[in-house]
Write a protein that binds this ligand. Structure first.
Ligand SMILES: N[C@@H](CCC(=O)N[C@@H](CS)C(=O)NCC(=O)O)C(=O)O
Length: 204
């Protein structure tokens, strides 16, 4: 490890999840915002040269490598710091359960929200297809939260990611009132210092 790492982010976007984990781990990190429309970074760099896929998050590791994809960046952060609270060790089955949640969030929830952010996607389809699908996914999570956090007493990687999905649900005024465990869970997460710090850093 040579330098501080760097996270390219956009305010309130999914890049908030790795920021929460970085703050959870108290890692030194530089943050630079990206204008996702113009694909310019705050310092005027062409973001497409940093990530040709054109999206955040992008993590530049202390060795200068470039890593994309939330699900993998989250694992990288826990693995390289040997943090077994966020991600239990390989030999424990809970390791795979944590990754199962991360994968579920990235493919079944995050991807579904993509349609709501897409202004070209018809409003009627958002209401009749996308929102009911998101509700179905949240209903599943609601009945599978094991404790204060998804996995029980311990805050793990998917909690950071799910927090972002729940924030988006509020933003799009998706009614979560029937998912009482989720409401309680979200309020608990709002009190977590790493989450408070991350929201403050992004001016949210
Ligand atoms: N597969 C990527 C998707 C990341 C993603 O959807 N990022 C959004 C913000 S939440 C973005 O930067 N969108 C801009 C674009 O795709 O042009 C991941 O899971 O990290």
């Amino acid at each position: 490890m040579n330098k501080n790492m760097k996270l390219y982010f956009s305010k309130g976007a999914c890049s908030l999840a790795p920021r929460i984990v970085i703050n959870e781990l108290k890692l030194p990190c530089e943050f630079e915002s990206v204008d996702l429309k113009s694909k310019q970074t705050n310092s005027g760099e062409d973001f497409l040269k940093i990530n040709p896929k054109g999206y955040v998050p992008v993590l530049i590791t202390p060795n200068g490598e470039t890593l994309t994809e939330n699900a993998v960046i989250l694992q990288y952060l826990a693995d390289t710091t040997n943090n077994h609270d966020l991600l239990p060790p390989l030999k424990e089955f809970a390791h795979y359960e944590v990754l199962e949640w991360v994968n579920f969030i990235t493919t079944e929830l995050h991807k579904a929200f993509g349609a709501l952010f897409n202004q070209q996607f018809p409003q009627e389809a958002k209401e009749s297809i996308t929102i009911p699908l998101i509700q179905k996914r949240f209903a599943f999570v609601n009945t599978h939260i094991k404790g204060t956090y998804l996995m029980g007493d311990r805050f793990t990687l998917p909690d950071a990611y799910l927090f972002v999905m729940l924030r988006w649900a509020k933003h799009f005024k998706i009614d979560l009132s029937q998912h009482t465990n989720l409401e309680k869970y979200f309020n608990e997460l709002l009190n977590r210092p790493s989450i408070q710090q991350s929201l403050k850093e992004e001016g949210l």
